[in-house]
Structures are given as C-alpha cells and as structure tokens.
Design a protein around this ligand. Structure first.
Ligand SMILES: [Zn+2]
Length: 227
C-alpha cells in the first residue's frame, strides 16, 4: 500500500457515502476520517456497512449533524459513536490525530470576538429559571466552546481535523491555526466549505480543504474514485 493512502479524509458527505466507499475499496486505507455534515437518515454504521470491518472509521461532527434530533441521534447514538475525535487526540495508523467538530456560533463564541460564555455551565446558569434545567439545545451543543478549545492546546498531535476552516480560507478563523501551532500540528484537514484546496497557516502548517463528497490522501491529494 502507498503510505500516503494509509489514512484517507472524507469531505462532507451530505448523505452520499458512495465516493468514500469506492475510495476504501480502491485504496484499502488503514483508517478513514470523516470531516462532518453527514445528514443521516439512518445510523452511520448502516450507511457505511460496505466498509465497516475493512478499515477503521473515525469522525468529527459538522453543523448539519446538530440540525435535527434524528440526524444527531443517527450519529451520536450510532454503533460508531465511540469513534468520535472531538476534543481529544487519538492514535490512528501510527499518527496522532486531534479533532475539533462543530462550528463557531455568534451566540457562543465567534472569533476574533470575545466568547459570550466562559463555559456551558456559565451559559446554563444565565438562562431564565424556567429553562435552566432544560437540556441544552442541539444548536448550542454543536458550537465550539472557548474553554474546550483552549484545553485542546495542552495536547500534542501530528494532524488536526476540523469542520470549520482555519485562516487559510477567506471564510476561515485564525484561532484554528493558533490551535494547530500550540499542538505542534503539521497538517490540518477540514470540511464545511465544499472546496478542494491547499494552503498554509502559521509556522508552515499545511492546510487541506476537502470538498463535499471528495476524498483526500495524507498528502492532501484529491483521489479519483470514478464518481
Ligand atoms: Zn458544515
């Protein structure tokens, strides 16, 4: 196997997993990392049943995965629920991969503005008394929270996968490059913006945007899977 194909990265499937499944059959990676926005109308392991067992499957969530209770449940209550990479570093095919799912939300934290809330408890304690014990809404659950983001900086990783883009993209956020630099990351892979591109942030950290339904290898090359 070509070493640059040992991990493949999948851009936002939005319900179409065929290109990823075809790429796994063709390139036989040790692992795949999905970059969010699945729009699941059935559990994730059912959508990916053709490749479950052929490769390790890892994921972060995108904003769409918090849109409705059923999309959320089909990911977070799926048989692959424990393969989420959000807010931790996981060793995958010999590389340390850090994950940051979700998006920046104006009502929570929208860099470079200051965060609205110190953490989730701070937010919940400032809700009207009649809402205080209600579960946090999905939209807020899918947000990137400042305290959790900062905590990630204490960890070290080779690769950072995010749904949001870093400052390499005109719609990206500089804080993601700062996070990657603090973690000693060499490469960032992100989804969300439906664009294949390569860029750079900070200390020569390479950034690869992976378009919707596209699949990229470890060098950031978009793979041809006959779609
Ligand atoms: Zn998205």
């Amino acid at each position: 196997m070509n070493p640059q194909n040992k991990i493949l990265f999948a851009g936002d499937p939005h319900g179409d997993f065929k290109p990823l499944i075809a790429a796994v059959h063709k390139y036989k990676p040790e692992a795949v990392v999905l970059l969010g926005d699945y729009d699941l109308d059935m559990p994730l392991e059912i959508c990916l049943q053709d490749i479950v067992g052929l490769t390790e499957i890892w994921w972060i969530a995108g904003n769409h995965d918090f849109e409705t209770p059923s999309k959320h449940k089909n990911l977070f209550d799926s048989a692959l629920a424990d393969k989420g990479l959000h807010l931790k570093v996981t060793e995958i095919a010999g590389l340390k991969i850090a994950g940051l799912g979700g998006i920046f939300l104006g009502r929570v934290w929208y860099p470079p503005q200051q965060p609205k809330w110190k953490d989730k408890l701070h937010y919940l304690h400032n809700q009207p008394a009649n809402l205080r014990h209600a579960a946090m809404s999905l939209k807020y659950k899918g947000a990137i929270w400042h305290d959790e983001f900062e905590a990630l900086k204490a960890l070290k990783a080779d690769i950072l996968v995010t749904h949001e883009a870093p400052g390499s993209h005109r719609h990206g956020f500089d804080v993601i490059g700062e996070l990657a630099a603090a973690m000693g990351v060499k490469n960032i892979f992100h989804g969300h913006l439906h664009e294949n591109y390569a860029g750079t942030v900070k200390k020569n950290i390479r950034v690869f945007g992976v378009a919707d339904r596209a699949v990229a290898d470890l060098m950031g090359n978009t793979l041809r899977v006959g779609r």
